[in-house]
Structure formats: C-alpha cells, structure tokens
Design a protein around this ligand. Structure first.
Ligand code: AMP
Length: 124
C-alpha cells in the first residue's frame, strides 16, 4: 500500500529494521552515511536500493532536512555502486518514489538503481 511521503517517520518500517539489523539484507555497499542492498523483488537483473542511515520518510523529507554532506553521500554511493556493479557501459536508471502518487511503499527514503538489461521506457 502506498504511503504518505510527508508523514511522521515510522521506526518500525522494514528498512529501519534492516538498518538496526533486526532483519537481514543482501548488502552491496555501506559507509558512515549510506547502506545499499539488493531489492527482494527485483524489477531488473540488477536492482539495488540505496538508503541513508538516518531516518527520512521520503525524498521530500530528505531533500528538505538532510545535510548537504548526507545528500552528496547518497548520490556518490549510487554512482559508486553502479560503477562497482559494471553498469556504466550498458547504462542504468535511478528513481525514487515519493509519496502516494508515486506508489512509495516503504516509508524510508530510498533510491532504486536498476540495470543489467535494456529497461522499458519510463514510466513503464
Ligand atoms: P517503493 O515502492 O519505492 O517504496 O519500493 C520499495 C521496494 O522495497 C520494493 O521494490 C520492494 O521490493 C523492496 N523491499 C521490500 N521489502 C524488502 C526487503 N526486506 N529487502 C529488500 N527489499 C525490500
């Protein structure tokens, strides 16, 4: 079910549980600011979720309240992961769903990194 991208942060959301180590993930990348892991229901041969470690409901929240250092860290991580997973030559897509109209389901801001094949035109 799609969530409100501006609501209060729910510390029981699934990505908060992954960050706390309460449930496992298939980790791809981690540093002081960012965790990235494979999507459990991949929409492409490579489908990675990139999340800030701090609690932001959506891009709406992240863009307004995260520090410049944190915003840069998320974007740099996305580029680094795409490089490390050899997605650059073939190309890739980065998207984020923010709130109900976009169909955001997990209320912790995340980027989707999709690649590994020719993707359907966006939006599909
Ligand atoms: P969104 O609709 O943009 O909020 O995307 C949420 C994404 O999280 C979906 O692509 C789900 O497949 C993915 N997802 C949900 N639970 C997990 C999980 N436990 N581990 C990895 N990915 C998950």
């Amino acid at each position: 079910m799609a969530v409100n991208g501006t609501g209060p942060y729910d510390p029981e959301n699934i990505f908060a549980k992954i960050l706390r180590g309460d449930i496992p993930c298939k980790k791809v990348f981690e540093n002081e600011w960012v965790l990235a892991f494979y999507d459990i229901a991949p929409k492409a041969p490579v489908h990675v979720l990139i999340i800030p470690k701090k609690p932001y409901v959506s891009f709406i929240d992240f863009n307004k309240t995260a520090s410049a250092q944190e915003i840069v860290a998320v974007m740099q991580a996305a580029g680094q992961i795409a490089h490390d997973l050899h997605l650059e030559e073939g190309g890739y897509r980065i998207i984020t769903n923010a709130g109900q109209n976009a169909g955001q389901e997990v209320p912790h801001f995340h980027l989707h990194l999709l690649g590994g094949k020719a993707l359907p035109p966006f939006p599909a």
